[in-house]
Design a protein around this ligand. Sequence first.
Ligand SMILES: NC(=O)c1ccc[n+]([C@@H]2O[C@H](COP(=O)([O-])OP(=O)(O)OC[C@H]3O[C@@H](n4cnc5c(N)ncnc54)[C@H](OP(=O)(O)O)[C@@H]3O)[C@@H](O)[C@H]2O)c1
Length: 286
Amino acid sequence: MTQRIVVTGANKGIGRAIVERILGEHPETFVYLGSRSAERGETARAAMLAEHPDWAERVEVLPIDVADEASVEAAAERVERAGPLYGLVNNAGIGRTGHTFADVLRVNAHGPRRVCETFAALLRDRVVIVTSASGPNFVAECSPEMQRFFTDPALEWEDLDALLQTSLTLDGPAAFAAHGLGDGDAYGLSKAAANAFMQIFARQHPGLRVNACTPGWIATDMTRPYAEAEGQDPLAMGMKTPHEGATAPLHLLFGELAGNGWYYGSDAVRSPLDRYRSPGDPPFAG
Ligand SMILES: NC(=O)c1ccc[n+]([C@@H]2O[C@H](COP(=O)([O-])OP(=O)(O)OC[C@H]3O[C@@H](n4cnc5c(N)ncnc54)[C@H](OP(=O)(O)O)[C@@H]3O)[C@@H](O)[C@H]2O)c1
């Protein structure tokens, strides 16, 4: 039976590579290429079909802005008309550059929660949340109390949401430090929160396999400013390709998984939520 999958933020970067690898490596699939701009989504689809005309019946653009309730609801209604989903990949995200603190939380932390909750009734098997090593790195800099908070397997969304609301009222690194939140890096906080939500959603939906991963350090529009600041080629700086960045998400979507509610490194190996684990290091077994 055809596995139907939604990928958000799929008009470029890692999301687009995830779509291409699903279509190229898993013949019995149909992919909704999620894009907040229908036009950018159609451009990406056309570029894929120029190389792979045989994918034409297997990929459809799904307009979805993960920061917009009405957009997410409309997307879920459209998908529902065709039936249940095998999988959902929450990939859409924004970086630190050029975005407000509130925007980063709205897209990266509230976005996956909004999409997972809205699509929950349609989901039959896998949920992947593309987070970042910035999440565990952020938690590592938190106070012991906040480290317990972010890793608590019994954490409730209401408490996580309240923390995110509080963080919006804090001004400057000293205020964040006083709350045990390191230097208050919005991106790190948003990804730590998305990892914590992943545990909550996994606990609430034991019939699904819900996991998160970092894609690794990947050359995309998000990381381009770092390379430009260094005046270097992204790949020469050690960044990997979007194709490589899709490896861990694809493992969480199709691979044999030993657990549930886990966070994985870019090498598709289980990693801790509260400190960085380098690719190649032994798996986290906590
Ligand atoms: N690149 C890395 O090294 C790296 C490392 C760790 C984690 N990540 C994570 O990987 C994911 C993909 O990042 P990327 O590097 O591929 O970045 P990218 O090339 O900038 O792509 C981001 C994608 O997310 C979409 N997006 C942004 N805001 C959205 C919203 N409100 N609703 C729906 N879509 C939205 C973008 O759409 P538009 O084209 O409309 O802007 C784009 O399709 C992100 O979650 C990111 O945090 C990346």
